[in-house]
Ligand binder design. Sequence first.
Ligand code: SF4
Length: 82
Amino acid sequence: MNEPENDHQGCDLRTRCGFYCDFAQRKSAVWQSMIRNYCEGTNFSLCARRIFFTRTGNCAPVDMTPIGTLPKELFDDLLRQD
Ligand code: SF4
């Protein structure tokens, strides 16, 4: 599958991405850092979710973040943060 187009203003998959839709409004520095660096920044081409989508054509698993799949305990802990 070809790499999706982007507008150089971050990832063009934002409106279709569950991670972005769920976490863009959270206040946690962890989530904000990922959103800023990947979804709205220049590192979107390195995003694990984006790579998964371009390789498989399917949405990434819910526990996959831009930096990859986190251990369940860490992911569950981070999920509780705003
Ligand atoms: S998580 Fe990845 S695929 Fe989703 S919007 Fe951010 S950069 Fe794009």
